[in-house]
Ligand binder design. Structure first.
Ligand code: ARG
Length: 460
């Protein structure tokens, strides 16, 4: 291709070096923006017509042409060319080939700089809506499971050591809280990114009498950007998306880790459905939780993508710089990874089968009700520090004797404290322990049930 065949070839006398062409072309990845790019161009053409910059005939030719191109791309017949650099110029060149002069006029009062900023915002808005749907589905599945397991007893852990009994429903609602905050972050991100940069042109705005509000409304934006230099250059909205995505993946990795642990023979708390596990090529007995391990692993690339986007932006002077072309691949990869991970998690959670006996058994080991005994002593007038010490001694005694706290006789107890009476056995049971945590945010089944009610409302 000689210099003049480039859409921007006018001021060039030598043709593009082929190494340079391959290096700078983004069409292999940014072609994913084709549909939002065409939406943006149609809105722009309509606005140029309403403001008498284009004629009705030109506008119709452009819309018909772009619509045909969209279909050609969807059907796979469109021929992409690296020589046309990116998605924007591929489509514009194809349009001009189809409709002639009118195609050449489409780029009036516009630059690829505001065009690409518009495309990414539209693409991310669509992506965010899909993520919200998937998150809602997963959150609903978690609530359903929590409702089923509101009374199920399990050990709560700190430092991965048995700490105090909790209900499984309560544990699941902790996941709910993590993920509903992620949903809020995405919604907040959507609010800031759904603003139209179109009309900023290359960096300074345009000398044509454009109607920016019209294109914004056509494209479903909530408003227009205030400053053209900022609008074509900053990608902070993409970084916010990457950041909310990274946090979501970190949460999913924590959930995955628990599912991996719980499904081991040693824990035996849950069974993951065969549909989400794989076998070993050498060990016939194995059923491995590869899918959740993959989610845990994929959090790495999403965190990496956030880092890429941040460093990409660092030190960029106003206004547009070509560096920003590098935002696409990390963004697409984050979007794909979030979608796939949420799809898998959302399908897997409802299929989890719970081994209640095994969970209960684990909760009854490790002196999980020791704190309840200390609280009991406090209610009998013993200062908490002294109670802590007495219970510590009782636990020591139990370890030496191979007994559980609930197996101690009253006379055993009296060796540690004289205030202990028959009613102590009530607080040493797992049921008594969880039922006593009876306040908002506590693990009592009654509280878990009302938290589930509130969660359902918040999900709406
Ligand atoms: N492909 C470019 C990008 O993704 C489009 C904008 C190019 N603008 C320019 N002046 N070279 O950012």
């Amino acid at each position: 291709m000689n210099s003049n065949s480039k859409l921007w070839g006018g001021r060039f006398s030598a043709s593009t070096d082929s190494i340079m062409e391959a290096f700078s072309s983004s069409v292999d990845f940014d072609r994913r923006l084709f549909s939002v790019d065409i939406d943006g161009s149609i809105a722009h053409a309509r606005m140029l017509t309403a403001t008498h910059i284009l004629t009705e005939e030109e506008c119709t030719a452009i819309i018909v042409g772009l619509t045909a191109i969209r279909e050609e791309i969807i059907s796979g017949d469109f021929i992409w060319s690296a020589a046309h650099e990116d998605v924007h110029m591929n489509i514009e060149a194809a349009l001009t080939e189809r409709v002639g002069e009118a195609g050449k006029k489409l780029h009036t009062a516009r630059s690829r700089n505001d065009q690409v900023a518009t495309d990414i915002r539209l693409y991310l808005r669509e992506t965010l809506d899909g993520i919200e749907d998937r998150l809602n589905h997963l959150l609903g599945a978690i609530i359903d499971l929590a409702e089923r397991e509101a009374d199920t007893l399990m050990p709560g852990f700190t430092h991965m050591q048995v700490a105090q009994p909790v209900t499984f429903g309560h544990h699941l609602l902790a996941w709910f809280e993590m993920l509903i905050r992620d949903r809020e972050r995405f919604l907040d991100c959507r609010r800031r990114l759904n603003i139209s940069p179109l009309g900023s042109a290359a960096l300074a705005g345009t000398s044509f009498p454009i109607d920016r509000k019209m294109t914004a409304t056509e494209l479903g934006f909530d408003g227009i950007t205030e400053n053209s230099l900022d609008a074509v250059s900053d990608r902070d909205f993409a970084i916010e998306f990457g950041s909310a995505g990274a946090l979501l993946m970190i949460h999913l990795s924590r959930i995955s880790e628990e599912l991996v642990l719980w499904s081991t023979d040693r824990f035996g708390f849950i069974d993951l459905s065969d549909a989400f596990c794989t076998g070993s090529s050498i060990m016939p007995q194995k059923k491995n939780p590869d899918v959740v391990e993959l989610i845990r692993g994929k959090s790495g690339r999403v965190v990496g993508n956030l880092n890429t986007l941040l460093v990409l932006m660092k030190g960029q002077p106003l206004a547009y710089n070509r560096d920003n072309q590098e935002d696409k691949e990390p963004l697409f990869d984050t979007a794909d990874t979030l979608n796939a991970s949420l799809d898998v998690m959302g399908a897997m959670v409802p299929e989890i089968s719970v081994n209640r006996e095994q969970m209960r058994e684990a909760a009854s080991q490790g002196f999980a009700t020791a704190t309840d005994l200390a609280d009991y002593l406090v209610r009998k007038g013993v200062p908490f520090r002294d109670a802590h010490e007495m219970v510590g001694q009782a636990v020591r005694f139990c370890i030496d004797e191979g007994l559980d706290l609930a197996e101690l006789s009253l006379s055993h107890f009296h060796a540690f404290s004289s205030v202990i009476e028959e009613d102590v056995y009530g607080v040493l049971t797992l049921e008594g322990s969880v039922a006593a945590k009876d306040h908002v945010g506590g693990t009592a089944p009654k509280q878990v049930r009302s938290a589930i009610e509130r969660a359902r409302t918040r999900l709406q």
